[in-house]
Design a protein around this ligand. Structure first.
Ligand SMILES: [Zn+2]
Ligand SMILES: [Zn+2]
Length: 251
């Protein structure tokens, strides 16, 4: 299985997960034109995307999903609450339910419920059907729940949000209400909350760790990199960038 990103952060997210002939796209916060441009470097044709999975309705994840699926006839999978909030009323989609895995081609997808200020937010764990290797995606999460620790234990690969440094958020340019939203229980994961998850799960099998959804205003890649390197038993991190995401990484 391998993973790549077309961009990661509050100005747009789109993540590819591929195993053999199956290609999945998680979210698309980019216009059709920009998405198509950004996809070129991964040598994938939009027609070859087998399914789009939508985590939640915020524009940085959902903004380009509907048009992409409609123009290339790609099946869209999402939760009922997200569909109601993000899609036109008559738009056809396949329903995801937290805790119930679905098989798409050669990948099994487990939707995991997370605390975030959206209707029915989900994050995902992908499992290769042939070998059982598992890759977790966790962004747009306000705090680490017991449920998340259990679900994300013993993974082979992990893409994890390192959204903000608490001090930078506090002293940064965001208006007070937005600071409270981001730092609140249903906002985003701080560097310390994400480190806490890494300490609580078994990382012994982890071959890749990607730090994602790093705020451009309230965080700095160098801070995230230094914090992660202090941990034992964790691979050298890859830092996802807003503008270029990251290239294929094999799990
Ligand atoms: Zn969000
Ligand atoms: Zn987001």
């Amino acid at each position: 299985m391998r993973i790549a990103s077309l961009g990661s952060g509050s100005r747009g997210n789109a993540t590819l997960v591929q195993h053999r002939d199956t290609t999945l796209l998680v979210d698309n916060g980019f216009s059709l034109k920009r998405f198509t441009e950004r996809l070129q470097r991964f040598e994938i044709d939009p027609q070859n995307i087998d399914a789009v999975l939508l985590t939640h309705e915020h524009g940085d994840h959902s903004g380009g999903v509907h048009r992409l699926c409609a123009s290339h006839d790609i099946p869209l999978w999402t939760a009922v609450g997200t569909a109601r909030a993000a899609l036109p009323p008559d738009f056809e989609y396949r329903r995801l339910v937290a805790g119930h895995s679905v098989t798409i081609g050669e990948i099994e997808v487990l939707p995991v419920t997370v605390p975030h200020d959206a209707s029915e937010p989900l994050q995902f764990i992908f499992q290769q059907i042939d070998t059982g290797r598992r890759l977790g995606l966790l962004t747009d999460t306000g705090h680490i729940t017991r449920h998340i620790v259990d679900a994300f234990d013993c993974l082979d690969g992990l893409l994890l949000e390192f959204n903000y440094d608490p001090e930078m958020l506090e002293n940064g340019p965001y208006p007070e209400m937005l600071k409270q939203r981001v730092g609140g229980n249903h906002g985003h994961l701080s560097n310390h909350q994400s480190l806490d998850l890494l300490r609580r799960i078994d990382t012994g099998n982890l071959v890749c760790l990607i730090a994602a959804h790093i705020s451009e205003k309230n965080n700095a890649p160098a801070i995230v990199d230094e914090l992660i390197r202090q941990l034992d038993d964790v691979p050298e991190p890859v830092l996802a960038s807003q503008d270029s995401g990251f290239d294929w990484i094999t799990v």
